[in-house]
Ligand binder design. Structure first.
Ligand code: PEP
Ligand code: MN
Length: 337
């Protein structure tokens, strides 16, 4: 449930509500809006008697949140969350593009991709150091060496880094090197990992699982939020259906659906959702048209030689065309790239 404080509630009154919530064995999560402060009451013990909170000074109302996700919900926070990282904002008017190879293969490859990303207007770069591969015989990523390459490339090019972390034990290490921690589709219900990222001070990029419902995605976000990390970005990356023409089926309706249910920014991954280079531009354009706050896309200096996901990676020339067409779509929907 949420406690809505009166507009004129004082810090002392807010403090008294928090103390009451905690004395009943629950946690209090604060959302300070421009108008009012809202306090989320969370806990897995017995529910607090609503009337005990309703009578406290400065309390306007106590409302149950009926959805299973709470901190991720629009009821808890009606204003859009904007995640800021190194001066880049995700969730604001400007569309954030994250571009880079599927996997970090070498310093030269990552540097070339980061330069192309920046030259064409991407705000962040991506590159996997720890790769969650379906086959144990596929390239698993360069691990710590990959993180070091990313950090060197960042020094050179200046774009913030997004990279995946696949195990809870690696969260501390990865967080030392990068700006946004990605949780991949295959790990969306790795609750130990979600909790560890929730305790971390770096923003999280949470990808929808190929077999997750929107509600399950929001419940996974809740694990991160409830552990203290409020900077969560959601990503639609396609779901598994009976259709075989694409690697996954891009569920574009998920974007406006999530926007209605949640205040968290939502980005779209055209690469993993389609698996096909020629579908990247049209699907990204459609995602922006239906409200995505950003795009995460794979680019590679020589896709034919890529160690991972070459068939869906864009050449730099196609990426440049993509940015031009997305810029037109962005302005058509009142945003900019
Ligand atoms: C990735 O972005 O590198 C990736 C593996 O994507 P997903 O987790 O969506 O499959
Ligand atoms: Mn990939």
């Amino acid at each position: 449930m949420i406690v809505v404080m009166e507009k004129k509630a004082t810090a002392r009154q807010i403090g008294a509500v928090i103390t009451k919530i905690q004395s009943q064995g629950c946690q209090a999560h604060i959302s300070e809006g421009t108008e009012k402060t809202i306090i989320g009451v969370m806990g897995n013990g017995p529910a607090i008697d609503k009337s005990k909170l309703r009578i406290l000074e400065g309390v306007e109302d106590v409302i149950p949140i009926l959805k299973p996700f709470k901190l991720a919900s629009r009821e808890f926070k009606s204003e859009q969350t904007v995640v800021a990282v190194n001066g880049v904002k995700i969730g604001g008017k400007k569309i954030a593009v994250i571009a880079g190879p599927c996997a970090v293969e070498s310093y030269e490859q990552m540097l070339a991709a980061a330069r192309a990303a920046k030259a064409n207007g991407a705000a962040l770069m991506r590159g996997g150091a720890f790769k969650p591969r379906t086959s144990p015989y596929s390239f698993q990523g360069k691990g710590k060496e990959g993180l070091e390459i990313l950090a060197q490339v960042k020094k050179e090019v200046g774009l913030p880094i997004v990279t995946e972390v696949i195990s809870p034990e690696d969260v501390g290490l990865v967080a030392q090197y990068v700006d946004i921690l990605q949780i991949g589709a295959r790990n969306i219900q790795n609750f130990a990992l979600l909790e560890e990222v929730g305790k971390c001070d770096k923003p999280a990029l949470l990808k929808r699982g190929m077999m997750s419902t929107i509600e399950e995605l929001l419940m996974s976000a809740e694990y991160i939020l409830s552990n203290g990390n409020r900077n969560v970005i959601l990503c639609e990356r396609g779901i598994r259906t009976f259709e075989k023409s694409t690697r996954n089926t891009p569920d574009l309706a998920a974007i406006p659906v999530i926007k209605k249910l949640s205040h968290l920014p939502v980005i779209f991954d055209p690469s993993h959702s389609t698996g096909k280079r020629d579908l990247i531009i049209p699907m990204s354009a459609a995602a922006l048209a239906c409200g995505a706050d950003g795009i995460i896309v794979e680019i590679h200096p020589a896709p034919e030689d890529a160690l991972c996901d070459g068939e869906q990676s864009l050449t730099f020339d196609i990426f440049s065309d993509m940015m031009k067409s997305l810029s037109r779509i962005a302005s058509a929907v009142g945003r900019n790239l």
